[in-house]
Write a protein that binds this ligand. Structure first.
Ligand code: NAD
Length: 259
């Protein structure tokens, strides 16, 4: 097992990509904290993992609230003694043309993606520095590298995470702490299911065309990326044995974006 005795916090792990990453980590021997805004859903996920014999705990956390982040991280450290891996994954999507984008929605999206990444990083890093090791993984997107219409806030936030990861990798190096970004293409999770009718309405096209002509248009094979694909990359970043792999962003998108 690649993560035996490691302690991982995954934000937004009650659903979608975060949930699959947490499960993969647990299957590789890690203790996993399922941190989510929705405590009932996080608890249901943790209970399900525990029933499979994994060590899992649910943590109530709005990643954009400093007190909730600090209390949540403290509760994990109290329970298990430290934190080896942070996956800053919680995220939302809001789509509008820029001239109609409500300022409050812009601020909300940036707070969840960027304040959330900053606050969780700030909270775990003293524990990682103390232990002399740690892996921090940010959930970016192809939209960390590429733009799409209607997604000004999301594209801005996802680009920002790459900057944060680069700084954390430089500051963390002396303490054995690495930071990397995963950049998935479209993955069919509740976040994307919600966007399909919204984009169809905004763009005046059918839902089928949103999938074929917008979301998967530039992939090499017209396929969605899966939660398994993303979890595989998250495992690579978490389990990598040295500080060689840091400050990087890896695109997993069926060739939608090629570097
Ligand atoms: P999802 O909606 O299935 O899951 C997101 C989870 O985050 C939910 O459980 C939700 O309760 C939680 N969450 C939302 N706001 C929160 C907050 N303030 N504090 C704590 N938890 C909060 O979405 P997903 O598709 O699994 O997305 C996860 C991450 O992956 C996001 O950062 C998203 O931007 C990124 N991503 C998704 C795709 C995709 O196609 N689905 C592609 C690239 C990147």
């Amino acid at each position: 097992m690649k993560l035996e005795n490691k302690i991982a916090v995954v934000t937004g792990a009650a659903s979608g990509i975060g949930r699959e990453i947490a499960l993969r980590y647990a299957e590789e021997g890690a203790k996993v904290a399922i941190a989510d805004l929705r405590l009932d859903a996080a608890q249901a996920t943790a209970d399900e993992f525990a029933a499979k014999g994994h060590a899992a705990m649910a943590v109530a956390m709005d990643v954009s609230d400093e007190n909730e982040v600090n209390e949540g991280i403290t509760s994990v450290v109290k329970a298990w003694g430290g934190i080896d891996i942070l996956v800053s994954n919680a995220g939302i999507q809001i789509v509008y043309p820029i001239e109609e984008f409500p300022f409050a929605s812009w601020k909300k999206l940036l707070a969840i993606h960027l304040d959330g990444a900053f606050l969780t990083t700030k909270a775990v890093i003293p524990h990682m520095y103390k232990a002399g090791r740690g892996s921090i993984i940010y959930m970016g997107s192809v939209h960390s590298k590429e733009a799409s219409v209607l997604k000004s806030a999301y594209v801005t936030a996802k680009h920002g995470l790459i900057g944060l990861a680069k700084v954390v990798s430089k500051e963390g190096a002396a303490h054995g702490v690495r930071a990397n970004v995963i950049c998935p293409g479209f993955v069919k999770t509740p976040l994307v299911e919600k966007q399909i009718p919204e984009q169809a309405k905004e763009l005046g096209i059918s839902e089928e065309d949103v999938v074929k002509k917008v979301m998967l248009k530039d992939t090499v094979d017209g396929q969605f990326t899966t939660v398994d694909d993303v979890a595989e990359v998250a495992l690579l970043f978490a389990a990598f044995p040295s500080n060689a792999l840091t400050g990087q962003s890896l695109v997993v998108s069926h060739g939608w974006f090629m570097q």
